[in-house]
Design a protein around this ligand. Sequence first.
Ligand SMILES: [Zn+2]
Length: 252
Amino acid sequence: MYHELGMPDRKPFLDEPGYTRYVVPESDFRQQLRIMKESGMRGLSVGEALAETHSQQPGVVITFDDGCETDLLAAAPALQSLNFSATFYVVSDFVGQPGILSPSQLRALSEMGFEVGSHSKTHAYLPDLDPNRLRDEILNSKDRLEQIMGRRVEHFSCPGGRWNRAVAEMCREAGYRSVVTSRIGRNSSATDRFRLRRVVVQRNTAAQSVLALARGHGLGLLQARQALLDAAKNLMGNSIYERLRSAMLHTE
Ligand SMILES: [Zn+2]
């Protein structure tokens, strides 16, 4: 799971530590892809991975959240040069804002052959919403993105990774074929397609670590830390949890 890529002479969409620690420099991203390619790995979109029955060659699904302009300017050419595909999850109400893909850029990304999914309408945390607003986030964003691109939008990514059963059910009803979360782990053919796991790549993640994570190595430790944070959230409530989370994450 990637977010915005960092490009020289370009300010990130938001300039705060909670955001910029997810901004991977473009040159690092290229190196990460190269290492995966050299190890014999393919880069796949979510739809491609779901369609595979069995494969001889190892693959990793590459996703981007938030629909930043660098999806088209930096990620797409890097992926294309290695014949990798990927899925880009876009927030429909953000389209056209400064730093975010414009409608024509979104069409260009889609016409390059990349898969575009929805990352909701406004980036609201979905489990907090009543059914009407939930429907609006999930359905309206799909319609809007489909109107812009003239292609079907079949995959959904939960803002902030926040997921619950109602979100999954609403996505299924709306015609999506998958939902990704931020729950850490690998997916198999037995994994619930409406609750797929991902692993975030951060600004300081080394290329060799990205390769290891793509192979599913070292996920146990990350899962344990996530479980600890989840338990802390339930015990403490959200505001103390947010402080603990940022303290833990900034020790990396
Ligand atoms: Zn997001």
